[in-house]
Design a protein around this ligand. Structure first.
Ligand SMILES: [Zn+2]
Ligand SMILES: [Zn+2]
Length: 369
């Protein structure tokens, strides 16, 4: 019996439409996910605006949480899940055979032609439902899925995505541990997730910077583990970091602010000798003014780029959510119906006057506002 799924289809910059698409057939190696929730990512706003390379039309949504609706026998064996299980789905679909994959760096796999992952594959590529802004999503044989407990609200479980980024960017890449002072630049969902992850890793002291309009986000960062926050518009951030670190600077600096390149140059000032700097905030491919490379030399800084999240960090995030010791759900501010995808994206991008979100998600089963 042929079934259909509602799906948001992006046909061009700032053009979304709700369509009814066929739910694909599966084979022995693939599956169909019934989407319970899809997190709204900062990059969704860039995809919506058309500033990311894209082949339209496509179905957006790369932070899926859902229930296995149908699955081939071989996929069930390989993935260790069955019909009815709740799974967190990783965005990247690695080829498994390219050099990056076999060397364990599948987050930069290009073996299937460009970046291959949910919400990036065009609708024209069979079988079509490659994004989670939909009732159902296709699960490719190379999908990476993680089983999650079903008794948590979907809007909490779907936080595996930003929290996974927190663990990879603020802990795994800079090798954060006890004794480290961690400075997080930007208090968005990835910034707050970095605070939670650094705290879980035993960081000694955590400082978060933001703008004046980020007051509520900075307050939440404090509630979820930050020791100090700095409003860079009203305080001398360099002097404050100097004072809070006893003149040493931060051992780890995590740059997760959106759009502005200024914090990248500032990160060099904030870092301690031998400090590790992780750059994860994208800036629209603009150059960084006042980047003083001599600071990298004389302090022997290590600067790392962070693109995406890998399985160990997702696992750490899932364990943290399921353990329930940290009230991660405090990060979640908004639920949206599928029809309200455009509003959800614009809200996260800060385009809706008078309203702010930290983490929001689409819940396809929810009725429109
Ligand atoms: Zn994302
Ligand atoms: Zn590969």
């Amino acid at each position: 019996m042929a079934r259909t799924s509602r799906a948001i289809v992006q046909t061009g910059p700032r053009q979304l439409e709700l369509r009814e698409l066929p739910v694909p057939d599966i084979d022995d190696d693939s599956a169909i996910l019934r989407v319970e929730a899809c997190g709204i990512c900062g990059s969704d706003a860039e995809q919506y605006a058309g500033t990311l390379p894209a082949r339209w039309p496509l179905v957006p949504g790369h932070e899926p949480l859902g229930v296995i609706d149908r699955i081939g026998d071989r996929a069930a064996r390989r993935w260790g899940v069955d019909v009815g299980d709740r799974v967190a789905v990783e965005v990247l679909i690695p080829c498994g055979h390219c050099r990056a994959c076999i060397e364990g760096r599948y987050q930069v796999c290009r073996g299937r032609g460009g970046m291959f992952g949910y919400s990036y594959v065009p609708l024209a590529t069979p079988p079509g439902l490659w994004g989670a802004y939909a009732d159902y999503m296709y699960l490719d044989p190379h999908s990476l899925v993680h089983r999650m407990r079903k008794d948590l609200p979907a809007s909490t479980a779907v936080l595996f995505n930003p929290l996974g980024a927190g663990f990879r960017w603020a802990v795994d890449l800079p090798d954060t541990g006890p004794g480290d002072t961690v400075l997080v630049l930007g208090p968005g969902q990835r910034g707050i997730a970095s605070v939670i992850a650094a705290r879980a890793a035993g960081a000694d002291s955590i400082i978060v910077t933001g703008l004046a309009r980020d007051a509520a986000k900075l307050a939440l960062a404090r509630e979820l583990g930050a020791d100090h926050v700095i409003d860079v518009e009203h305080e001398d951030a360099r002097a404050r970091v100097h004072e809070l670190t006893g003149g040493r600077g931060a051992d780890v600096v995590v740059e997760v602010s959106a759009n502005s390149p200024i914090p990248v140059a500032e990160a060099l000032r904030y870092a301690a000798f031998n400090g590790r700097i992780v750059l994860a905030g994208v800036k629209g491919f603009v150059p960084v003014p006042d980047f003083v490379s001599d600071l990298v030399v004389v302090k022997e800084l290590r600067i790392m780029g962070a693109f995406g999240v890998t399985s160990p960090a997702y696992q750490a995030a899932i364990h943290l959510i399921e353990a329930g010791r940290v009230p991660v759900e405090r990060m979640h501010t908004h639920d949206f119906a599928l029809e309200d995808a455009e509003h959800a994206i614009r809200l996260l991008a800060g385009d809706i006057p008078g309203e702010q979100s930290i983490h929001s998600c689409l819940l396809p089963e929810r009725a429109s506002r």
